[in-house]
Each structure stands twice: as C-alpha cells, then as structure tokens.
Write a protein that binds this ligand. Structure first.
Ligand SMILES: [Zn+2]
Length: 426
C-alpha cells in the first residue's frame, strides 16, 4: 500500500513538473492582466494585501511557454483554472521587499511595498496565487484570489499620452524577447538624447554573448515618458529631482544602488508596448544601477561603466543571476541558510553541488578551487560570491556578474541567459 502511494505521488509530481504547456488561445486573450498588491512585514513574517486588477493592452510574453520551467526567484505567481487543479501560467520573480527583509531595519520595524505582477488575460474565471520561498527554499502560499475576467472592477483606463519608438523590431512579440526602455530624469528637451541613448545602450547589449549571436530574437522598444527635471534623487548629497519614475540612489543605504518604489507608474509606463523586461534608463553620470528578477532593471546613462552595468543588471532581472562579488557581509550565515543550496543558479555553498554546475568541472580541478593562475580559465568553485567573502562559491575566476573588468558571462551564467532567451523566443 505504501509503495503504491509513493508511486502515485511520483506520477503526480512528474505530471506537474513536466506538464505540457497549455494552449494559449483556449485560456487566454492577447492582453495582460495586472495584479497589484501591497506586501508588508518584517524579518519574521510577510503578508500580502490585494490592491487592484488592471487590463493592459498587450501580452508581450510567449504564447507557447506559459509554465515556468526554471524555478528561480523568491516569489512565484501562478494562474490556475477556477477549480484550482489545472496550472495555466506561472512565473518566478523577486522584489525589493525581499531584499529589504535582510536589512537591519527589518529587525526593528514592519514596512510595506507596492508590487505588481503581469499575467496573460484569462478568458474564464481563474485563481491567482502568490507564493514566497521560506528559508528552506520551499514555496509557501502567501495569497490567493479568484478572478472573474468579466468583473467591472477590473480597471480598463486607456491613457494615450506617450509616443512609442520601435528601436529594433525582429518580429512578433510572442516569439521574441521584448525589452522596453523607459526614461527617468529626461525632460522634453532631452528627448533626442534619450533616443540616442537607447540606441547606444542597445549597442552595448549586443556586444555581449549570447545576445550578439541571437540578435534576431530580441525586440527593443522605448516609451517617451519625460520628466519635469533632469537627473535623479541623490539623498546623500541632498539632491532631489522631480522625475516621472521617482528613481533614487542610496537604496537600503547603499550609495550606488539605484531603484524606484513607484512600481505602479513603472508598470503604467511600460504598458504602452508589449514587453518581457522593463529597463529604466536614468539620466545621470553617477555610477550605479539595479536589477531584480522579472521586476525591473535600472542603469545610469552616462557613467564610464554604464555599458557594462547595463548587461550586468540584465543578468539579474532576466536570468535571476546572483552577484558573484563580496559586498558588506562577513559571514554566509548572515544572509543564507547554510543547510540548503541557495536557489540562484550561479552560486553554491557546496551543500548540494551536484544540483549546480559540478557536471561542468573537469576531473583535475579541485573543489573548492584556488583562485590562482592555473585555474584562471577553468570552471570550478571559487570562494567569495553572493555578497560574502567565505563559504559561498562562484563558477569562475571572473564573470560579468562579478566585475566590470570583463564583458563576458562565465559559462554557467552564459548558459542560463541563453536558456532563458530561448524560452522567451521559441
Ligand atoms: Zn557568472
């Protein structure tokens, strides 16, 4: 009996993990449903409160690959049919909130953040579910809600304010990776600078593999959403600018960490075109940027390193890659549960190295791998990554996710980015 039970669960598990992708036109129409919510809590507990549903005019994602196969991100949004039994769409993502809960402030107070996810617009009643990983990396349900696509409470505001540029069009958005660049701190007078900057950054993007080889799988768009003032907020210098997306440096006290918490405005602005990734280009020459998985990318436009930062941040936001440098934390225990592997594909604590890139390591390369000349071009496990000096390891001596001195992804990051690119463009 026990044996049968295990066999049965085995089949069910198999059925879920390898389920065939669902038929888009049977369940969805070619628009997006935006689910906005407030997430709040502290380092001990998290709660989600529904805010609003909005219909947006385009679905930029794949019609073929609706179910997430990567299992990346701190959160997951899933759409089920109304019975809750058939999974129709899922996507992993991360957010600013989940970074905040590792800060000192989150030990003292509770705080809330506005967040938003976009799914294809359902034809029939569905169930939307938001899950978050616990410390053991298991997803737990935070919130679920039935959605009737015919409900009058779904907001359908049509704003026709901004013009849109097709910077590079390779074909139908359902079969391409669509990147929308939206400006912050560019005034109307800066419009030609913005258009030139978009082309310049697209140039930086296509210098990097695998984007260079797979150029024809990518569309670039931009939305002319201009600000009252040029620049961005620099709290430490007491510089405050009136800009449309309210970007700022000094996020969580990190001088170079450039973000915005105005997610609603970001989503409203991006929705003018079909998109998979949002890139916010910030009109400043100060060094900085940010990238959060399936959330957004930011980069300053005029720093000498901006070209390299642009694709580094894209590694985070597009492929959920971890930073491979050390920064701010002494001990791995401060931010990782050392009894399980971190979920990020390009770092390991060697708890379950088989589940990571061990298959790419040559037999005579020691694990951990000494960071010496002999192994400079080898794949191994080099200590110092994921913001900590000790006990967290990266795949190579250097990588775009570690430093600006190289413009290449290491083989592990490269493969992840390529797999993701193919997932969006199949
Ligand atoms: Zn890497």
């Amino acid at each position: 009996m026990k044996k049968q039970y295990f066999l049965l669960t085995g089949i069910i598990f198999f059925g879920i993990s390898l389920s065939a992708q669902v038929n888009f036109s049977k369940y969805f129409i070619d628009k997006s449903l935006r689910f906005d919510y407030i997430i709040g809590g502290n380092n001990k507990e998290t709660k989600v409160y529904f805010n609003k549903l909005k219909e947006e005019p385009y679905w930029g994602g794949s019609e073929k690959n609706l179910i997430d196969k990567f299992n990346f991100g701190d959160f997951r949004v899933s759409v089920f049919d109304s019975t809750g039994n058939t999974l129709l769409y899922s996507r992993g993502y991360s957010s600013l909130y989940v970074e905040w809960i590792d800060t000192e402030e989150a030990k003292q107070i509770s705080k809330s953040f506005y967040e938003s996810v976009v799914v294809p617009f359902p034809k029939q009643k569905v169930l939307i579910k938001i899950e978050m990983r616990n410390k053991k990396n298991i997803f737990n349900t935070l919130f679920e809600m039935p959605v009737n696509p015919n409900s009058v409470s779904i907001i359908k505001d049509k704003q026709k304010k901004y013009s849109v540029q097709k910077i590079k069009y390779s074909g139908n958005s359902h079969k391409k990776l669509d990147i929308v660049i939206i400006p912050d701190g560019y005034t109307k007078n800066d419009s030609s600078k913005f258009h030139n900057d978009c082309k310049r950054f697209m140039g930086y993007f296509f210098e990097v593999e695998p984007f260079k080889t797979y150029k024809n799988k990518v569309n670039f768009w931009s939305v002319d959403a201009f600000s009252e003032e040029s620049g961005t907020d620099m709290p430490r210098q007491n510089i405050w600018k009136n800009t449309i997306l309210n970007t700022h440096f000094n996020t969580f006290g990190s001088e170079r960490y450039l973000t915005t918490q105005d997610i609603e405005v970001v989503r409203n602005t991006a929705a003018y075109v079909p998109y998979d990734q949002i890139y916010i280009l910030v009109n400043t020459d100060k060094y900085g940027g940010g990238g959060i998985y399936n959330y957004y990318n930011l980069c300053s436009a005029d720093n000498e390193y901006s070209g390299r930062v642009f694709t580094h941040e894209f590694g985070h936001a597009f492929a959920a890659l971890a930073d491979e440098y050390q920064y701010g934390y002494e001990k791995a225990e401060d931010i990782y549960d050392m009894s399980v592997e971190p979920w990020q594909v390009n770092i390991t604590n060697l708890v379950d190295f088989d589940s990571k890139w061990k298959n790419l390591v040559e037999k005579d390369t020691p694990i951990p791998t000494p960071d010496i000349k002999k192994y400079k071009n080898k794949i191994g496990a080099f200590e110092g990554a994921g913001y900590v000096k000790k006990e967290i390891y990266r795949p190579a001596h250097d990588c775009k996710m570690r430093s600006n001195s190289t413009n290449e992804f290491c083989p592990v990051c490269y493969k992840t980015v390529l797999d993701m690119l193919l997932f969006y463009s199949e």
